[in-house]
Write a protein that binds this ligand. Structure first.
Ligand SMILES: Cc1cc2nc3c(=O)[nH]c(=O)nc-3n(C[C@H](O)[C@H](O)[C@H](O)COP(=O)(O)OP(=O)(O)OC[C@H]3O[C@@H](n4cnc5c(N)ncnc54)[C@H](O)[C@@H]3O)c2cc1C
Length: 309
């Protein structure tokens, strides 16, 4: 199908984008175009005006300041395939997550911030942002503001962004050096969106879990943080490591997985997965991701001590 006719504006500055969004009756920002153009071809979206932000140099910047990573709105998914693009464990977590987003041509064009503009419940970035307390930076007619990721998502493809606001950046607090990270995704075929994906971080002191963060992707109508599962882990001894495939039912990670599935998630039935199956999958993927994060934490602790690996 062909999209309905629309006006096209190539913006050179952020205020110009805000101006078009404020005056266009039904204007849309064009970033990587990997979701917008598809939706226009399918005629699920028919904007009157498309405002292209790809020539705005200030949006194509990434920097770390005061332990916060600021990712400008034109930074493409592909950048994060290099774990060294971002300092510390956050870079490793991003590298684990990003390879699950579509395939290389889409990752070459699609932007991290575009995922927040789109707000699909199966977005890997959006699930991580909720778990890691990221903020979304928005520019509008009255200046800029930041919205915490936990308050940003309102439902499938719905956010706290006002129609006249453009996302200028996503801000991520860096993770401390010893933080263990994990990210595991389950999907029907290689190029499908996640049926379930989980991102987790663990901080351990004296063998006990001091802090856990768990982000759930496509486990509800919006990205979620698994607070009940996290609470079940605090003060728990990590114990011997496992790949997570044959965990005993009373293993703390198996218990956390069940807490995530039963108390945190609110999965919706899909043609290939009823709610019971989805809850089983959530519990399994959470437990496996925690095993991965625990192994990573142990390896980082050993490196920090200078042990031979
Ligand atoms: C086959 C296929 C598979 C995919 N698989 C995955 C996947 O597994 N996981 C995943 O997360 N994504 C997936 N995607 C989506 C892809 O990641 C997109 O790149 C992303 O969702 C949107 O980024 P974009 O830069 O392409 O945004 P665009 O397509 O340009 O825009 C998407 C929406 O966000 C709005 N928007 C974009 N940027 C801004 C901004 N700065 N300010 C305000 N609004 C903005 C647009 O107006 C539009 O409504 C897939 C896409 C395809 C086509």
């Amino acid at each position: 199908m062909k999209p309905a006719a629309f006006d096209y504006v190539m913006a050179r500055t952020v205020p110009e984008v805000v101006d078009v969004l404020s005056n266009g009756p039904n204007a849309k920002v064009l970033a990587g175009g990997q979701s917008l153009i598809l939706e226009m071809h399918l005629e699920r979206l028919s904007p009157d005006v498309v405002v292209d932000i790809n020539q705005i140099a200030e949006l194509d910047q990434m920097e770390v300041r005061d332990s916060v990573l600021r990712v400008g709105s034109l930074i493409r998914h592909r950048v994060f395939e290099n774990p060294h693009a971002v300092p510390g464990p956050l870079g490793d977590l991003f590298a684990l997550a990003v390879v699950n987003i579509a395939h290389p041509p889409i990752r070459n064009r699609g932007t991290m911030a575009g995922s927040f503009g789109w707000a699909h419940p199966a977005s890997e970035w959006c699930g991580l942002a909720v778990a890691l307390d990221a903020d979304i930076e928005l520019a509008g007619p009255r200046g800029t503001r930041q919205v915490a990721a936990r308050d940003f998502f309102k439902g499938p493809l719905q956010t706290a962004r006002q129609p006249h606001e453009v996302i200028t950046a996503v801000r991520w607090p860096l993770l401390s050096g010893g933080t263990g990270v994990g990210f595991i995704e389950h999907r029907r075929t290689h190029f499908c969106f996640a049926q379930v994906a989980v991102g987790a971080t663990l901080n351990v002191g004296d063998g006990m879990i001091e802090r856990a963060r768990i982000g759930l992707v496509n486990c509800a109508d919006r990205p979620l943080r698994a607070h009940a599962a996290e609470a079940a882990l605090i003060g728990v001894e990590v114990g011997p490591l496992s790949d997570g495939y044959r965990l005993p039912a009373d293993h703390p990670f198996a218990r956390a997985g069940r807490a995530a599935a039963e108390q945190d998630a609110a999965p919706i039935a899909e043609p290939y997965a009823d709610i019971e199956y989805r809850k089983h999958t959530i519990a399994t993927v959470v437990a496996r991701t925690l095993c991965q994060a625990a192994a990573d934490q142990r390896s980082r602790a050993s490196s920090l001590r200078g042990d031979s690996r």
